[in-house]
Design a protein around this ligand. Structure first.
Ligand code: ARG
Length: 485
């Protein structure tokens, strides 16, 4: 006889059973689901709501499930599989396991436990990538590269400035995940189907035993809310979008045309026909994964659009998007960290290209204004006229001569020697006064600050992991007490 249908309902169409079952994707929910059942039964046992002998029998059976077991696809999902598994070894007592709870509060709780684990995992990897970026930047404060806007050479910058840009962005992403953790780590247990239960379930104790910081109070909200999933997946997506831009830049920087960096062989592939090829395979895949994660967020968001309260089976379709999206992000973070740690910089080629494209033009116009009293717009036009007359390969001396003439025509005297001084990528970097700019002294300050920020996030992460480990220990103690009786 079917565990749920009893004698009331006729058997389900085989295709419909397969179509609606989540067993095949529920694997990552088994561990949290076992723990939820342990905490629930412990709590009922502690309060005498459930006879301690029965509680002990259920807990012993659950112990056997912790190492995993073969799930039967005909039993709908992980929840029914676990109940069937427990019933097999706990006998009659197994039939009490679902007292005071439902699959609705249980799946939402398991998803929150899984989500917090994924968030902490992504955060850990993010900090690894940030540390790779900071390490690589520390040797690259003087490593000139051309900076682009509209993918046209714009102004000289340094490899360090570029890498710190991403360290900063990824730390922001890490902070976003840490914020989101607070809204994820709340327990729905005790809400049962959606209206609560007549059984005296101590919601706060169950929450604590499961490592939650509190409960989702309204029981209808507790079972049906999935904003925590959408928020986590969006935070993952934002990481992946940053990584995709970084990947694109590194692919370009390592291209035959730019060749500012060489990516490590370990992250490259070659061609089946062209023997000379080295392709940035890992970075291209990082770039592509952004589309997949965006697709997952779109799927998750559209699943709740217009969905009635409280639980609908539509929600089940969202579950696996959580770990699929975080897996893509964690893998991508590993690829980026490995690439950044192993890449090499071509100083000769990069600094030559940093000169090409007349990227110092803005610095020159500023100098004409600040040092020679020429109105900025007029200076902008003067330097523009010089740019129009410059060949692609030019020397600072040429710029000096041309600019002197332009200035004279406008009634100003600008020595060619001063122009030459300002007109190199090295000078451009050194003359920058802006906090956060590529000026090497600013880069050092930025790096120091980012290291501190990363350290703070690292301690936060350690404390969350330690607190989850403590709750696991506490649950194990309470289980042991009941089983000893
Ligand atoms: N497998 C379901 C899910 O993942 C569990 C909840 C099922 N609830 C129900 N009332 N059918 O969402």
């Amino acid at each position: 006889m079917s565990l749920l249908r009893g004698k009331r309902l006729a058997g389900m169409d085989e295709g419909a059973a397969r179509f609606t079952a989540s067993v095949l994707q529920d694997g990552p929910l088994l561990e949290p689901t076992v723990r939820i059942n342990q905490a629930h039964i412990v709590s009922l046992g502690m309060d005498g709501v459930l006879d301690r002998g029965k509680a002990a029998a259920i807990l012993s059976a659950l112990e056997g499930a912790t190492s995993g077991f073969a799930m039967d696809p005909s039993l709908e999902d992980v929840h029914m599989n676990l109940e069937a598994f427990v019933a097999k070894s706990a006998g009659e007592a197994g039939g009490y396991m679902n007292l005071g709870k439902s699959r609705n509060d249980q799946v939402s709780t398991a998803l929150r436990m899984r989500a917090r684990q994924e968030i902490l995992g992504v955060l850990r990897k993010l900090l690894g990538s940030v540390s790779a970026l900071l390490d690589a930047s520390s040797g690259a404060d003087d490593a000139l590269i051309p900076g682009y806007t509209h993918l046209q050479v714009a102004q000289p910058t340094t490899l360090s400035h570029y890498l710190l840009c991403y360290a900063e962005a990824l730390l922001r992403d890490a902070g976003r995940l840490a914020d989101c953790y607070g809204r994820v780590n709340l327990s729905p247990m005790g809400s049962a189907a959606f209206a609560g239960t007549t059984v005296n379930v101590n919601r706060r104790r169950v929450a604590e035993l499961l490592g939650f910081d509190g409960i989702v109070e309204n029981t209808m909200d507790a079972v049906s809310a999935r904003d925590f999933m959408i928020e986590a997946i969006s935070a993952f997506l934002i990481v992946q979008l940053d990584l995709s831009r970084l990947a694109e830049d590194l692919i370009f920087y390592s291209s035959s045309e730019a060749s500012y960096i060489t990516i490590p062989d370990a992250y490259a592939s070659t061609s089946s026909i062209m023997p000379q090829k080295k392709n940035a395979a890992a970075l291209e895949t990082v770039r592509a994964k952004a589309s997949s994660v965006l697709g997952m967020l779109t799927a998750a968001a559209s699943l709740v659009k217009g969905l009635p309260q409280s639980y609908d089976l539509d929600l089940q379709e969202m579950n696996s998007l959580l770990w699929k999206s975080s897996e893509a992000v964690m893998d991508s973070l590993s690829m980026v960290a490995g690439t950044v740690r192993g890449m090499t910089y071509d100083a000769e080629r990069s600094s030559r290209n940093a000169l090409l494209g007349f990227g110092v033009a803005a610095d020159l116009a500023e100098t004409l204004c600040v040092e020679f009293g020429i109105q900025f717009r007029a200076a902008h036009h003067m330097v523009g006229a010089v740019a129009a007359g410059l060949p692609r390969e030019y020397t600072p001396a040429q710029v000096g001569r041309l600019l002197q003439k332009e200035a004279e025509a406008g009634g100003f005297s600008v020595p060619a020697s001063r122009v030459e001084q300002v007109c190199t990528p090295q000078a451009s970097i050194a003359l920058k006064k802006t906090e956060g700019s590529p000026n090497p002294s600013m880069a050092k300050a930025t790096r120091l600050r980012l290291k501190e920020d990363a350290g703070r996030l690292g301690s936060w992460l350690d404390s969350k992991e330690a607190s989850l480990a403590r709750s696991t220990g506490r649950l194990a103690e309470e289980i042991a007490k009941i089983r000893r009786r």
